[in-house]
Every structure is written in C-alpha cells, then in structure tokens.
Write a protein that binds this ligand. Structure first.
Ligand code: A2P
Length: 282
C-alpha cells in the first residue's frame, strides 16, 4: 500500500477503510476483518461511530502485527474540554484495546476545542497517540483555532471528491503543510458522480470501475481517501488503484467537475447545534 508523509515525518497509508455507519457487535468486526484480509492497513473509526470495540477485536483477530496497521479514531464533542478529553482518549484506547492510536482527530470544530486539543497534545507527549489532527475544519474555523495550537495538526479530514474539491480550504491547509483526508470520497455512492461521463470513459480506458478512477484521482491529488464498502469485490478494488496513472489532461478534466459546494457545511449553525446536542454516552 502506497503511503504519504505527514508533517511530523510519520507516514500514513494513502487509502484507508472507513467504518462510518457500519453497526457494532458484528458488522464492523466482519467488515474490518475482511478489509484487513483484502490488504487494507489503515482503518478509520470514531468514538461517535460507536464501533471502536469491533475494530479493536478485528485487528486482534486478524493476526497482523499491531505496528503494521494504522488506526484513526476521533474524539466526539461531548468529550471536548481538557478534562473530558483526557477521559475520551482513555475510552478510545480501551475500546480499541490498544496501547496507542496512530492518529486521533477532533471530530467537529465546535465547543471547547482548544481545551480538547491540549489534551491531545499531552497524549502525544505520553506516547498514547502518535499523530493528531482535525476534521470538518473550514477556513473560518481554522482561523478561529489555529493560534491556540502548539502542535500543528497533521491532517484535516473533510468531505472531498470530484464534485466537492474544497479549493480554498486546500490552499490554506497546504500553506500549513496539513494534508487533506477525504470522507465521502465516492460521494457516498452518488450516482451522478459514479455515472459521470468523464469518469465512466476513463474507467473504460483503464479497465477499472468508476470508483477506482475517482480514488486514483484523489491519490494523485495527494489526498488520503477513506472509501467505504461492504461489498468484498469493491472493497478489494478500491485499493487496486496503484497500477495505472491518469494523465495531466485527465486530472484536469476531473478537476473541472467541481461544484464548489459540499453536501455538509460545518459553518452552518443548524449543523453546529444538531451536532453539539448529539450524545454518544451518559
Ligand atoms: P457498497 O458498500 O455496496 O460497495 P463513500 O465511501 O463515498 O461514503 O461511498 C460509499 C458508497 O459507495 C457505498 O454505498 C458503497 O456501496 C459505494 N461504493 C464503494 N466502492 C465503490 C466503487 N468502487 N464503485 C461504486 N460504488 C462504490
């Protein structure tokens, strides 16, 4: 699996397996185990997905050395603030049944963000977390929080695919050497994207499927992608993207598909209120 370098000299597998919306107590266990068997070495979960325990079990049962697998998890808003965040980190370590987490993100850009960030920075110093990052951070929220951070985030995980290219945000993140990670890399199965004429014609040319063309484009853009699939063939296919290369012209043709609009706007106060009210534990 090809890797990218992060701004703290750690490396990250370029494609990870995302387990958002896969239930715990079985389905996430099966999907994670299948993904590891298929060759994934990077699993992306979150406290709020409520399936960290299944991810942890699957990693243990896979028989693969822990240090060959890159685990990402995320702290939920309910656990923001310095003291709560320390507990949240401990809960993730316990649920994942591991001594360290490779990458831990602040899931959403609201609440006592910098208090939580301080706890993440301390966990790095203590060896409990190797790298820390942010998620759903917009240019606005970046400007609000950046000066209170001692350790720079290694990544910002945001909605990203050919229809949602986050051009302004990417520029600001690049200036700070923060790599983008793509959630909804396949537009969450959006047919308009997967059946787009340009994507489909490239799929025909390279003898790949539409998803593989999109994931290859994301890889060539230098962005980490986290595709989700519960279908074994597509799961395998989504990491079989390193044996062909899109030309500059083809990269540009896909770049022209940008609508400039995400489906989820973190700056929208209705989203902020809804997410701030979401509880994942007592
Ligand atoms: P399935 O689980 O049946 O494979 P995203 O990662 O952007 O959230 O997209 C996930 C959606 O895209 C799921 O509905 C998944 O369905 C579908 N999907 C995953 N891989 C591919 C692919 N290579 N081609 C088309 N659809 C895909």
């Amino acid at each position: 699996m090809e890797k990218f370098k992060l701004n703290n000299a750690q490396t990250i597998p370029a494609v990870g397996f995302g387990v958002f919306l896969i239930p715990n107590n079985g389905p996430t266990y099966e999907a994670t185990l299948a993904a590891l068997k298929a060759g994934y070495r990077h699993i992306d979960t979150a406290a709020a997905y409520m399936n960290e325990t299944d991810v942890g079990k699957a990693i243990k049962d896979s028989g693969i050395d822990r240090n060959e697998i890159f685990i990402t998890s995320k702290l939920w808003l309910q656990d923001y603030g310095y003291e709560n965040a320390k507990k949240g980190i401990a809960n993730s370590l316990k649920a994942l049944d591991t001594d360290y987490i490779d990458l831990y993100l602040l899931h959403q850009p609201y609440g006592d963000y910098l208090g939580a960030w301080k706890a993440l920075e301390e966990a790095v110093a203590e060896g409990k977390i190797k790298s820390i990052g942010i998620s759903n951070v917009t240019v606005n929220s970046w400007n609000k929080f950046k000066d209170g951070m001692t350790i720079m985030p290694v990544v910002n995980q945001v909605e990203f695919n050919p229809f949602t290219q986050q051009k302004e945000l990417r520029k600001v993140m690049a200036e700070n050497d923060i790599r983008l990670e793509a959630w909804y890399p396949l537009g969450h199965g959006n047919k308009d994207l997967l059946e787009n004429e340009i994507i489909v014609s490239l799929a025909r040319k390279y003898n790949k499927n539409a998803g593989q063309i999109i994931l290859r484009w994301i890889y060539q853009e230098g962005v980490i992608s986290l595709p989700k699939s519960t279908n074994l063939e597509r799961m395998r296919g989504n990491i079989d993207i390193f044996d062909f290369e899109l030309t500059d012209e083809e990269m540009k043709a896909i770049e022209a598909l940008d609508t400039g609009k995400p489906t989820h706007d973190p700056d929208n106060q209705i989203n902020e209120k809804r997410l701030m009210e979401m509880k994942i534990h007592n």
